[in-house]
Design a protein around this ligand. Structure first.
Ligand code: NDP
Length: 301
């Protein structure tokens, strides 16, 4: 036990149960594949996903290849639009508009980050909100953040975090949830999604005072900061459920924002890195695209 507290609950804690994102993502993909097969059997169209990638970033290319392979494996029509780094903002916007008007396309994803000469907000604003399967259009994020509104799509990594909690039997309602990180793509939306599921949510960031003390109040802790192994065992309430979104490379190895070796001795359930949140992101993207394809073909979702 590496925690510094003498709390008797902490002393009674045992090693946390692993939340196996790989296995959960496999199950999600299996269900999606069956749904796509049913769509086609019923004479409907397979879901169509376009990924627009501008530039040469190797990590983005790897990610887009992985998306394409998974999409094809599940029976989606997958179109990659790979553009040179010199592509202008107007050209990217023209391409987005072209796919907005294509009946066969249910989802449009612009791979971020874009090269610095292209304004990310201007491009994302152009995506038809009914095809915004990444869930980053301001209208979708706005609805996610408002009472009694429903966004058309929830952003993929945050949705993956929630799915991991639900499929691990975690009751979200009434819990104290702390989200460490407030980025537009992870921290902020996951906080909204936890609140929409009736958790009491605290959002922390680089200017939060008494960070460790605030984090230690969490029944559910979601960490997305990009600082390797920053969250230690004595930051975590005994029995807490810990979702680690972080992806950092230390000595050539991938690790999270949570010190897994320590924290697993205190938490009741925890995601590993790799093999936790990571595998869920693409699964959730395809889930959103399937939802869009059903909606656009007049089917119940
Ligand atoms: P950003 O850099 O956009 O945001 C980081 C957030 O963490 C900011 O809100 C920042 O605060 C806060 N922060 C940074 N350092 C500290 C600190 N020392 N103490 C407290 N708060 C801090 O990161 P992202 O949200 O894009 O990504 C976070 C992590 O998640 C990264 O490791 C990334 O690789 C990973 N990730 C994983 C994905 C997956 O599929 N598994 C998908 C997306 C991201 P402030 O706002 O004050 O600057």
């Amino acid at each position: 036990m590496s925690t510094t507290t003498n709390d008797s609950t902490a002393l009674a804690a045992t090693t946390a149960k692993l939340i196996d994102g790989k296995e959960i993502a496999t199950n999600v993909r299996k269900t999606i594949k069956e749904d796509v097969e049913k769509l086609i059997k019923d004479g409907k169209r397979a879901p169509g996903l376009v990924v627009i990638l501008v530039g040469d970033r190797p990590d983005s290319h790897t990610y887009v290849r992985s998306k394409k392979k998974t999409a094809s494996d599940l029976g989606f029509v997958s179109i990659d639009c790979i553009l040179p780094a010199s592509t202008s903002q107007e050209e990217v916007i023209e391409i987005v508009r072209k796919y907005n008007n294509s009946d066969e396309v249910d989802g449009i994803l612009v791979q971020l980050p874009l090269p610095s000469h292209i304004n990310e907000e201007s491009v994302l604003n152009e995506i038809d909100i009914t095809k915004d399967v990444d869930g980053f259009h301001p209208v979708n994020i706005g609805k996610l953040s408002m009472r009694n509104r429903k966004s058309l799509f929830e952003p993929c990594t945050p949705k993956g975090c929630i799915e991991l909690l639900i499929r691990s039997g975690v009751q979200i309602e009434g819990k104290n949830a702390v989200v460490l990180g407030r980025s537009n793509i992870v921290g902020l939306p996951v906080a909204m999604m936890l609140m929409n599921r009736n958790a009491t949510v605290t959002i922390c960031h680089s200017k939060t005072a008494n960070l460790q003390q605030v984090v230690s109040q969490a029944d559910i802790l979601v960490v997305a900061i990009g600082v390797a192994r920053m969250v230690k065992a004595d930051w975590v309430k005994p029995g807490a459920i810990v979702i680690d979104v972080g992806m950092n490379t230390v000595d050539g190895k991938l690790c999270g924002d949570v010190d897994f070796a320590q924290v697993k001795e205190v938490a009741s359930q925890i995601t590993p890195v790799p093999g936790g949140v990571g595998p869920m992101t693409i699964a959730m993207l395809l889930n959103n695209t399937l939802i869009s394809a059903k909606r656009r073909q007049g089917l119940d979702i």
